[in-house]
Design a protein around this ligand. Sequence first.
Ligand code: GP9
Ligand code: MN
Length: 426
Amino acid sequence: SADDLTRLQSYTKTKYAEPDEQYFGIAKEKNIIKIHLESFQTVMIGKKVNGQEVTPFLNELATGNNDFIYYNNFFHSTGQGKTSDAELTMDNSIYGLQQGSAFSLKSDNTFQSLPAILHQKQGYSTSVMHGDYKTFWNRDQIYKRFGIDKFYDATYYDMSEKNLENLGLKDKEFFKESIPYLKKEKQPFYSHLITLTNHYPFTVTPQDATIASPETGDKTVDGYVQTARYLDESVRQFITDLKNEGLYEDSVIMIYGDHYGISENHNAAMGQLLGEEITPAKFMDLQRTGLFLKVPGIKGHVDSTYASQVDVMPTLLHLTGIDAKPYVLFGTDLLSKKHNQTIVFRNGDFITPEIKSINGVFYDNNTNQPLIDTELTAKATQIKNTVATELEMSDSLLNGDLLRFYNNKDFKEINPADYDYPNGTV
Ligand code: GP9
Ligand code: MN
């Protein structure tokens, strides 16, 4: 009901973090290129297998010596909706559902999404590119509610057998064929490219395997190292092409992992690969999926701020000079002095720079030992309650379809009938 919306808004208002003036609007009307790394976990950054770096290109970006800010404490917050949850969270600053995928279950809801706001406030054209078919995760339905103008799905790409691996188009081919589409987008554009090859069960052809398998004996973990290398090479190729096409210099570029690739079922092999036991606390450490952010006018550096996928939308709004205040958002601007460093996981667990909370047990985040300090324990209990409220609020938004009651003067309601995603003709 409208009362539930009022309750929700009085909660999210308390989370608002005002922008830092030196960054507000610094990327106004700049193209935004969003590179979604399938199943990428930052444990691969800096990792060597048989003396070889797994992800040499991303490692370079992660030094902060290039154009990218590297957020090394950036986490995913996805649930059963996996990729679709990451997309939902990044473009709406809300959490996925406790069960199932909101993309499938809530595609008739009203949203006030980032692509629509960028379009309405600054004339962005918005698109998604992906080497799989448009009905997967019900994307062709929910994207209309997000106000996404164009959806270049598999029908826009050369899906001949030689170009396929695992669920769909190989990433190198995908990026190569995406360049002409990007060039044709009306500027400024907000374009989201979703990779696919680094997906369970992590297979590559011998030709694409450019790093030797670690031989833990677990096919998933061994394969992951090889597909992560392939992903790294694909991103390098794409960034090089963006430079050659004049699309790099003046664009905001964002690279991030969507969710974990290696589940608890593979803790033994993962432990062998990392040379340490994968305890529950260590497993939480591995939920870092990383954010690389290039903003024209901001020098690259490493930023250890704790952050997660909900924080991306308010950050991009402020960078483009749109105040996040009128929108119902759970995240906070990463560049704001008031950024909130409590990371909420979909199952109610959380992490802060000091504390981990896992399945009801508190840990010291730095030692990964159970918390004994009484002051910190009291603090943890308090945060745990806030986290429960946060998830409950986000659920109420989705389950009550509460944004349909929000007559926001800073948002023109989206009519899904205005959107259509015809097939490509490749
Ligand atoms: C499918 C791809 C994978 O199109 O995005 O989704 P996931 O299985 O990772 O949720
Ligand atoms: Mn995924």
